[in-house]
Design a protein around this ligand. Structure first.
Ligand code: DGJ
Length: 739
């Protein structure tokens, strides 16, 4: 049993071969945090790990005892106002105006498997032996309210998930001002905090800062998880590298406003709190009502950042992604967005599709502009019926024609939005989120539908199923192109306005759930102006995410490298696009554009009818290469080797599960002059297997490739293979040589 309770000293030990997490019920009834890290042996006397000390100015719990102060005790789900002056895990306003709480231990159960979180995305198991769950009940007997802390340990992974649920068992109306999914006190702050930050078109940039005394945080208040900060942070020891050293990773399974912060106190304790952003959040908890927080996934690795990423990748591939495509390599698609934008008609689309078929593409995706009167970004969102001027045979007719060419067909939608210039706005202006008597701001000329209102969600659902049922659709790109503002719902009264941001996200999840259940054959790709909602919450519904509107190969190195810290390669939407690139106007070679895009879902974002015969020949080869290797690339083990954030070179490797074959992607941004020799130490291979290497024309054992390194000097590629200039890239195919 990997979760034990030792009655003698009232400790819980959550452990497997990789990790240990130890909690103790303290003499005050609060829960103390004793340890989180590498696995230690289980026993029944972890008491010595509890530390508490007399310190001047402390507020103390027990009479005649100056040593027991909640300020100086590492806790599991702390509250404010009884001696602990850090940021709390929960804050509740009570009817008498008090915010003082006292949640103490009130029982626990340990169960096999993992429970679903109602209406929320979360990791899951398919067999009960894959995980064990500990539910610890805390009770505040003044407000007669129960909190359940939920811990799930995955049997074979260094992973624990956490969330909390509150139930009002009393009679008063409570207002939750904040309720975090996780609070965790660590005994020191010798960590660097890693975050994935950015903006539109430069998502997922890895930033690192040393923890300092005080509060350091990342957050979103934009209504999406956001381009600015991915809902993820890691704390790594200063000596931790990609391949060695300790790191703790935290990933929040949620797609809206969040806060992830580390508060370091003057006594070296680091308190991590992660959850729905308390700002502009307020939840009414009436008699008999409950509230469930989203889930945080915690990973511990002592095998460096790659070790942490592997745990996330393995967990998310097996226990978060769902549907027919979960364990499948993804179809190679062409999307017309960068090729035509809104300027297309059926003929243009069919011309592109014909070339697509010739070069081996499997799926045609019709992006923005097929509905209402949509010819730019000013109109028609909400009018989910085909624009018959552009598409005289509708989506239904077009999809059949595309299918007849031998291609699958997919469409773009942006279901959460409304244009003022739309039929929907004329009939239902009240469907828009807007604050009475205030100006309503737009973003990209569009407004946000009130997804906290189930009537709106139903309305959009019915429009979408009509389109889907009429046509042959096997893929949907679900976009979301603005931050939320003037959030106020006309269908809820004033007391409920603090719930709207979260209710909105629940509405999005609800629509997704209904669509994926009704159409299990459809592959969904989420998108929010690129990567503004690249988060585990979305991946529960849509198993791939368009990582960025920036499709420049060199920019993509950083975006995809950063994304791989948490997200499996198979989830990262990546396409070859036209040059000069739309975002940075850079010209990169076609082979480098593909060499980067291979390490993701792979597809093209071009008008194929404008490509030369020579380019189409290359594209044909690229597609057949990807068909040959996509299973390995998308379902193998991915390791980062050289960081684009640190040097002119980037490298990564994917290795098949049986270690018989691997592909190294090697990229050099700028040409250097008269450079020295280079070697690249590989990881993940079998030390005892003898491998051949495609580009280098030699063979050697895995131990040599991992300890001495793959020779990547330019001259090593042979006279005909020397690639010079900027934006050079190479793939090395490394195969076990069978006797
Ligand atoms: C933003 C997306 O990220 C793009 O790929 C494209 O779908 C446009 N929206 C269409 O408006």
């Amino acid at each position: 049993m990997p979760i034990t309770y030792h009655e003698s000293n009232q400790t819980f030990h959550i452990y497997n071969n990789h990790i240990s997490y130890i909690i103790q019920i303290l003499k005050s009834g609060h829960l103390g945090q004793l340890y989180y890290g590498k696995a230690v042996k289980d026993h029944d006397h972890f008491d010595h790990l509890f530390e508490s000390i007399q310190r001047a100015t402390s507020v103390c719990t027990f009479d005649n005892d100056l040593t027991y102060s909640l300020e100086h005790i590492k806790q599991e789900y702390p509250t404010y106002g009884s001696g602990d002056f850090h940021y709390p895990a929960i804050d509740i306003l009570q009817e008498n105006g008090s915010r003082i709480l006292n949640f103490t231990y009130n029982g626990h159960i340990i169960i096999k498997g993992k429970q679903h979180l109602d209406g929320l995305p979360a990791t899951f198991v398919e067999n009960n032996f894959e995980a064990t769950t500990l539910l610890i009940y805390l009770y505040d007997n003044v407000i007669k309210t129960r909190i359940t802390l939920i811990y799930t340990l995955f049997e074979y992974l260094p992973v624990i998930t956490r969330s909390a649920k509150i139930e009002n068992l009393g009679n008063q109306m409570l207002k939750i001002n904040s309720m975090m999914s996780l609070s965790l006190d660590l005994p020191d702050y010798q960590y660097n905090m890693i975050e994935l930050t950015g903006a539109w078109s430069r998502e997922m940039h890895i930033k690192e800062r040393k923890l300092q005394i005080g509060v350091q945080s990342i957050h979103s208040l934009k209504g999406t998880s956001s381009h600015s900060y991915n809902p993820f942070l890691a704390l790594k020891r200063p000596n931790c590298t990609e391949t060695s050293g300790e790191v703790l990773g935290f990933s929040f399974v949620y797609s809206g406003n969040f806060l992830a912060q580390v508060e370091v106190d003057p006594y070296n304790v680091s308190r991590i709190t992660i959850g729905i952003n308390p700002f502009c959040f307020e939840w009414n908890l009436g008699k008999g009502q409950s509230f469930q927080t989203p889930e945080v996934v915690m990973v511990y690795s002592d095998e460096g950042l790659n070790g942490m990423s592997h745990a996330f990748h393995n967990l998310y591939r097996k226990h978060l992604l769902r549907g027919n495509y979960r364990n499948k390599s993804r179809p190679i698609l062409v999307n017309n967005w960068e090729g035509t934008q809104w300027d297309f008609n059926e003929e243009i689309i069919l011309d592109i599709a014909k070339v697509a078929k010739d070069v081996g593409i499997e799926l045609f995706v019709l992006d923005d502009g097929w509905f209402g009167d949509r010819n730019d970004d000013k109109t028609s969102l909400g009018d989910w019926y085909p624009n018959l001027k552009k598409l005289p045979n509708g989506i239904s007719g077009l999809s059949k024609k595309i299918n007849n060419l031998g291609l699958d067909f997919g469409i773009w939608i942006e279901p959460e939005m409304i244009s003022k210039n739309s039929h929907l706005y004329q009939i239902h202006p009240e469907y828009t989120l807007k604050t009475p008597h205030r100006h309503t701001s737009h973003g990209r000329n569009q407004y946000v539908l009130d997804f906290s209102n189930c009537e709106v969600v139903d309305y959009i659902y019915n429009c979408l199923i009509k389109i889907i049922d009429d046509s042959h659709i096997s893929y949907i790109k679900w976009d979301m192109n603005r931050c939320m503002s003037e959030v106020y719902s006309s269908v809820h009264d004033s007391a409920y306005q603090g719930q709207i941001m979260h209710e909105y996200i629940l509405g999005v999840y609800n629509l997704y759930e209904r669509l994926i259940s009704k159409y299990p054959h459809i592959l969904f790709e989420s998108c929010a102006s690129g990567g503004a909602r690249f988060d585990p919450g979305m991946l529960y519904y849509a198993p791939q995410t368009w990582a960025s509107d920036n499709t420049d190969a060199i920019e993509r190195l950083k975006i995809q490298y950063g994304a791989s810290l948490v997200y499996p390669i198979t989830c990262i939407g990546s396409h070859v696009s036209e040059i000069p690139n739309h975002a940075v106007f850079r010209n990169t070679p076609l082979h480098t554009r593909a060499n980067v895009a291979y390490f993701g879902t792979f597809g093209y974002e071009v008008n194929l009818t404008k490509m030369s015969t020579y380019e189409l020949e290359i594209i044909k080869k690229q597609i057949s290469f990807m068909k040959q290797y996509r299973e390995l690339i998308q379902l193998g083990d991915f390791y980062r080797l050289l960081s684009p954030f640190e040097s002119n070179e980037t490298a990564w490797i994917v290795v098949s599960k049986d270690k018989e074959i691997a592909i190294v992607g090697y990229y050099r941004t700028l040409q250097e002059v008269n450079v020295g020799y280079r070697r690249l130490k590989l990881v993940g291979l079998d030390a005892n297997k003898n491998y051949t290497i495609s580009n280098n024309y030699y063979e050697c054992y895995g131990d040599e490739l991992m300890n001495i390194g793959l020779i990547t000097s330019d001259a090593s590629c042979g006279e005909n293979n020397i690639q010079e200039g900027d934006y050079v890239s190479r793939l090395y195919i490394i195969k076990e040589k069978k006797q």
